[in-house]
Design a protein around this ligand. Structure first.
Ligand code: RFL
Ligand code: PHB
Length: 391
């Protein structure tokens, strides 16, 4: 098999990259390890930055998002015993957000891929990038019991945190920046009307978050110890714990019902630099992970894909390699901005096991400052909205 760009991973980053490249006349093949059903069953992100919305819209995959997504202007922060406040992103930086599930984006991308007859091979096994520092890289894999060799000009690793692409870069080349947090998030999805705003809560019992997918689909999370077992958390116990972490008027407004999904995710910050090795590029979770506190992971995957597709289009259509050479540095500037914001919000809003009285007081005064300062709110609004793309 032969293509111009071999894409490893058919998550949102891989499928979107293939879609945008196609619109610029660049051929690609996507190799996805799992079945389509499995990929579509993963419940993950839900909050899209303006930049993400614009990229999806301008590449013809935003119609359903336009119809079904919920536009909102910022987020509310509450904490025990104090008045809540709203970070008004629209007011401060004139950017808005869209609540629209990653699962829906993934569905929309598969539909678009079907319509153009894209080469998306699911259940591709033992995918391996080879000879990536030569002019003739290729990818080997097994599909339907046969061994296949896919020759290409470039390979893009969009295979998530646990994929093979990053692991194929020698450790002498790759610099890793990593931080693990001593807790996870227990999340549920329920067919109940959400609260009108996204609400982040800091409470002595731990962090809690109220979010949304649609007018009849809510997403809630609570901070939980890393050894939490799902079977110990009946729906009833989850709702009781969630409500205990919100002020009474918000707790009373939370509509409860049976969960349709329940999962636990660890929190971690991780960045691998550079995002290029020879003819191999990394994009999305393959190169970086953020704790979900800033809702940045999917948005970063989309911004990497925006920069990389623009660079590959410039190479194939104008013969200019300049943007491709800048890809890693340019993508990492946006990545680090969101890595820092997610780390800041994680520190601000969670209860850290073993925190000293000093740590606790400093966190409270940070929250008080944010609540009382127009400048602090404007700064957070700018970061929470995500940077605009570089030219
Ligand atoms: P993905 O989605 O992990 O997709 C990678 C794909 O690669 C495949 N793969 C392989 N394919 C071939 N060969 C191999 N060896 C392979 N190894 C893996 C996998 O099967 C998969 O299909 O990475 P991608 O595309 O970079 O997308 C990243 C996003 O999924 C991720 O950043 C977000 O979900 C993070 N995230 C959030 N991001 C936001 O922007 N806003 C949010 O509100 C938000 N909330 C969240 C989140 C992530 C969460 N979890 C569970 C991690 C909430 C949660 C709970
Ligand atoms: C979500 O809706 O899943 C969500 C919202 C905000 C976050 C993280 C996740 O910070």
């Amino acid at each position: 098999m032969k293509t111009q760009v071999a894409i490893i991973g058919g998550g949102p980053a891989g499928l979107l990259l293939s879609e945008i490249l196609h619109r610029h006349g660049v051929d690609s093949v996507v190799l996805e390890k799992h079945s389509r059903e499995y990929v579509l069953s993963r419940i993950r992100a839900g909050v899209l930055e303006q930049t993400t919305v614009d990229v999806l819209r301008s590449n013809g995959v935003g119609d359903r998002m336009e119809r079904e997504g919920h536009v909102h202007d910022g987020m509310k922060i509450v904490w025990a015993g104090r008045e809540s406040f709203f970070i008004d992103v629209k007011k401060h930086v004139n950017k808005r957000f869209m609540a629209y599930g990653q699962t829906n984006i993934q569905e929309d991308l598969f539909v678009a891929a079907d319509i153009r007859g894209a080469k998306v091979l699911t259940e591709a096994e033992d995918v391996q990038p080879v000879d990536v520092t030569t002019d003739h890289p290729y990818v080997t894999f097994r599909h339907n019991g046969e061994s296949v060799r896919l020759s290409c000009d470039y390979i893009v690793g969009c295979d998530g945190f646990h994929g093979v692409s990053r692991k194929s870069i020698p450790s002498s080349v790759l610099r890793i920046f990593e931080k693990e947090y001593p807790f996870g998030w227990l999340g549920i999805l329920s067919e109940t009307p959400p609260l009108p705003d996204i609400v982040y809560a800091n409470h002595p019992r731990g962090f809690a978050l109220a979010s949304m997918r649609s007018p009849m689909l809510s997403r809630y999370y609570i901070q939980a110890p890393l050894d939490t077992k799902l079977e110990d958390w009946s729906d009833d116990r989850f709702w009781r714990e969630l409500k205990a972490r919100f002020p009474k008027e918000l707790a009373d407004a939370i509509a409860t019902g049976p969960s349709i999904e329940k999962s636990i995710a660890p929190l971690r910050s991780f960045v691998a630099e550079p995002m290029r090795y020879g003819q191999l590029f990394l994009a999305g979770d393959a190169a970086h992970i953020v704790p979900p506190t800033g809702a940045k992971g999917l948005n970063l995957a989309v911004s990497d894909v925006f920069y990389l597709s623009r660079a590959l289009a410039a190479l194939y259509n104008q013969g200019s390699e300049a943007l491709l050479e800048q890809y890693s540095d340019m993508a990492l500037r946006r990545v680090w901005s969101s890595v820092r914001t997610s780390w800041y919000l994680t520190n601000l809003l969670h209860r850290f096991p073993g925190a000293s009285d000093f740590d606790q007081r400093a966190q409270e005064f940070e929250l008080d400052y944010l609540k009382s300062s127009h400048h602090a709110q404007a700064a957070l609004a700018e970061q929470y909205a995500g940077l605009s793309f570089e030219q």
